[in-house]
Structures are given as C-alpha cells and as structure tokens.
Design a protein around this ligand. Structure first.
Ligand SMILES: [Zn+2]
Ligand SMILES: [Zn+2]
Length: 510
C-alpha cells in the first residue's frame, strides 16, 4: 500500500527566469502561519530538525556536546532530555498548523508509580522522562494525556476564518528575503522597481507545493541565505558553513543596560591562552558557565532575535520578526503577537540564559484527573472510571476506598532532585568542564587538556593561565557570538574585544 502523503501548502512564486530570481511569493495564511511558527521554536529544536546542520553559529556543536555528555553530568536525566528535545511553549498553537514540522507536543505524562509513595499528597506529574519524584524514585510514563491530542482544537480552528497566528482570509506577499506583508499592488510595484522589472509579463508564475519535508528544507534556507525562495526554487546548493569571520558583524556589542554588572555568584573562568593574546586554547569553567551555554538550546528563536536582532550570520529570519512588528502587524491576531515577538519558555525551562535574555517562563501546568491518585497510578488515563466502581446498588466502593474522586495533578520540576537544589541549572554541580575556543564542552580531564595543548603546536613556554571574571555584558557578548560564529568564539570575545570588527586578522593557531 502506498504511504499516505501528508498535507501540503501551495505557494505561488513569481519567477524571473532570465535573471534566475524569485521576486516574491503570493500565499494564503497557512504558509505565513508556518513561517511565523519558526519564531516560537526553541533553538535546540531547530538544530534537531536540521540534523545538527543548522549553521546557527556554533549551536550544532553545543548540541553535540550535550548529546555526548554522560547522564552523570546532569542534575537529572530529565535535564539532558530538556536540552535535546526542548518543549515549545506555543505548542498548543503550533499543533493547529497545517504543517507542524516539530511534532513534539507535551502529551506523555510521567508519574511516580509507587502507590504508597511518601510524596503521594504532592500529586506530582512531569512531561519529561527521567524526572525524580520527591520520594527519590524516577517517574515513569503513564501514557498519553487525551487532552493534548488537539483534536477538538483543530475542529474549532477550522470553523473560523482566522489562521493560527494571522487573521482573516487575505493573501500575503512574501519577498525573497522573507519580508511579509498583506498583498497589495503598491508593494508589488515597488518590488518590480527594485529589481528592474519593466514588463511583468516576463515573470513566470509557478505554484509550489510545500510538504513537511520541504518546509524543513526551507527553514534551513531561511537560516543560511538572504534569498531563500530563489535558492529553494532553483535548488542552489546550501552553502557550506564557511565560518567567514567577517560575517561577524559590526555590532557584537548588544544593548548594554547592565554594563559592568557582575553575574550572580561571579562567573569566574580560567583560560589557557598565549602570552601575546593571539590564541586561546580552552577555558576551565564551572557549572554556571556551561549552563549559560547549554540553556541557549531551550531559548525560542524569537527571543534570540528580539535581543540580538538576528539568530544566524547569514539568514533572513530577522526580517520575519520585523514584519510581524511592522508591515503585517495589524493582520496578526492580537493574542498571538507576544507569542511571536516575545515568546515565553515552558514551565521550569527558566535558566541562566533566559535570565540574561529576559525570557519569562510559563507557570507550571495542572491536569485534572477524574480518579484518585492511587487508581490513576495503577490504571492510567483509560482506567479512571474504575476508581468510581460500585457494588450492587448500595453505592459501596469496592474498586477503590478513596473518597476523593477528582484530583489536580501539579507539574513537578524535572531539574530538581530530592529537593535540596533550587532546580534551576541543568548541569551537575559536582563537575568542572573544559570549553574549547570552538565551544566544544567536555568534562575537565588532564588527558583532554594535554591533547589540546599538543594539538595546538604552541610551545608551553608561550602559554599562560589567566582568570577572568565575566560581567553580564560579557556573557551577552558571548551569547551573541554563539549565535553568529562557528569558530573562535571565546578568543573573539575574551581576547579581542576591541578588534571584533576585524576578526579576520586573527588566524587559527590549531
Ligand atoms: Zn514517589
Ligand atoms: Zn481510586
């Protein structure tokens, strides 16, 4: 039997075949909704969807580091899952998209299955495997929560003429560099003028069908090209990550409201560098520094663009963001504007990076179960009715003696273990780490340090260890470099703060 094909979204492209250029696309709200939904996606989700070839700075590298680190280096095993498969706080909206390339909806519910658990009265559940109950046992899956299937929501949305994020039934124009606006003649004319189209009759109109797979390819184009529609249509090869340092841009210094303000707990790191500041081999760091890097994976794309103006050195997703804030604003549903321009984090995803980026987190979720907790633990969602079982018509409960037949489950902090930690950081406090200049994060071991020093071919007499205290604005500079640079991140920010504009002066030493 042939595999059933998934949904597709038709988009009409206006192509100048002679100049090999797509001028713009005309689309319905479904396509615009999908493009907008990228802003709600956590950076780690994008890295995962693009198979660690996102070319967003060195996030691919960071993602690899999280994957390669043993579970013992995280507070709980849930922490690793949260970084590798972060949740989208807007998943309730995204599951109504015609094509949702990130299928991770928080459906599976985990509870401590011990029916005589010492923390029974907490009524705790989690959305992540590996969450630890207060009694010390690891929570296990109790199945999928029917409420998150999204079936009823889909029906409700299709009755309305509004889209998921945009409203009304109008057509949109999407330019080759992803500026989005309601379709209008004046806008079309200005595009014609800009690209020297004297006779629109030379333009060919082509309708492309975007499947889920093609949308994912398009996402990659949006991160790596300034003309993603042209490159998609003419199937241009995706540029290799050339890591051209010139791409690192004029203003590596973000808005500095807290100039010089030291991080809570003084983020001190030690770097091994050359005495003449020409190269940095690695930094020896503690948990807070590693956490500030790793937790970037849980940050929504829109939040990164909001603070830093862009999320990759080459792409054009910043234009999507600015369109929502400008040309297309009045056609974005009011309640969705902050969802896209100022996305929030799911419960318990608050972290070092989100504090710096000022991304708020949603309150923990609650789930109402029509059964007592003991029955729910042993019977799951489908067995809830058995908690209400009767014997004859005497209203004597035989299946379950508990009188409380409906409970609110409260979401537990997946980062917390035994209640001693505050449950903010992902990484275990018991370890020290080594971070290479290209942002490979490893547990600190003498074997790795010796290898890096010997690979560098720099004489040890030219090397020196320096201690650096990172201020908040330095950490912000680092974050921005993580998004834009794929190499030499630490040295660019820590050794050459004044020379950022001419980073190509700096040659790789190893
Ligand atoms: Zn328990
Ligand atoms: Zn019961």
């Amino acid at each position: 039997m042939a595999k059933p094909e998934g949904p597709t979204i038709g988009v009409k492209l206006f192509v100048d075949k002679e100049k090999k250029k797509v001028l713009f696309a005309e689309s319905d709200k479904e396509f615009v909704d999908v493009i907008f939904s990228f802003l709600t996606m956590p950076l780690g989700t994008i890295v995962r969807l693009l198979d660690k070839q996102s070319q967003m700075g060195c996030l691919d590298q960071l993602y690899n580091s999280v994957e390669d680190l043993n579970l013992e280096y995280f507070q709980t095993s849930a922490c690793k899952a949260m970084l590798l498969k972060p949740l989208n706080a807007a998943s309730g909206h995204c599951c109504r998209l015609k094509i949702n390339v990130d299928g991770s909806v928080p459906r599976v519910v985990y509870v401590c299955k011990d029916t005589s658990c010492s923390a029974l009265s907490d009524n705790a559940f989690s959305s992540f495997p590996g969450t630890v109950c207060k009694c010390g046992k690891v929570m296990e899956s109790i199945g999928q929560c029917p409420k998150y299937d999204g079936g009823t929501e889909t029906a409700a949305a299709s009755c309305s003429e509004d889209g998921v994020f945009v409203k009304g039934c109008l057509k949109f124009i999407v330019t080759d560099d992803l500026q989005v606006a309601p379709a209008s003649t004046s806008l079309m004319m200005s595009v014609f003028e800009k690209f020297g189209v004297l006779d629109p009759a030379v333009l060919e109109q082509q309708v492309l069908q975007f499947s889920s797979e093609k949308i994912t390819c398009l996402l990659k184009r949006l991160l790596t090209s300034k003309q993603p529609l042209t490159d998609h249509y003419f199937e241009a090869p995706v540029p290799q990550d050339d890591a051209s340092l010139e791409a690192l841009v004029q203003n590596l210094n973000p808005k500095q409201e807290n100039e010089g303000q030291e991080m809570p707990g003084n983020l001190k790191i030690r770097v091994l560098q050359t005495k003449d500041d020409s190269a940095l081999l690695y930094a020896e760091v503690g948990v807070d520094f590693v956490d500030s890097l790793f937790s970037l994976l849980s940050i929504p794309l829109g939040s990164a663009i909001k603070l830093y103006g862009q999320c990759s050195a080459k792409g054009c997703l910043g234009n999507v963001y600015r369109s929502i804030d400008g040309s297309v604003q009045e056609f974005v549903r009011e309640e969705c504007q902050s969802l896209l321009l100022d996305p929030k984090l799911p419960p318990f995803f608050g972290c070092c990076a989100s504090k710096i980026l000022q991304v708020d987190e949603l309150a923990p979720r609650e789930l109402t179960i029509k059964a007592c907790f003991v029955c729910f633990k042993s019977l799951g969602f489908s067995g809830c009715s058995l908690c209400h079982g009767y014997y004859n018509s005497n209203y004597v409960f035989v299946k379950c003696g508990n009188m409380v037949k409906s409970i609110k489950l409260c979401e537990a902090n997946p980062k917390q273990k035994g209640g001693c930690e505050k449950g903010e950081v992902y990484v275990s406090r018991k370890a020290n780490f080594l971070v290479t200049d290209d942002l490979r994060v490893l547990p600190l071991s003498l074997a790795s340090t010796v290898k890096i020093v010997s690979d560098s071919k720099i004489q040890t007499s030219n090397l020196v260890v320096k201690e650096i205290t990172l201020t908040k604005s330095k950490v912000m500079e680092l974050q921005r470099a993580v998004l834009l640079l794929s190499r030499n991140i630490l040295s660019s920010v820590l050794l050459h703060p004044k020379k950022n504009k001419k980073l190509h002066h700096y040659h790789r030493m190893y």
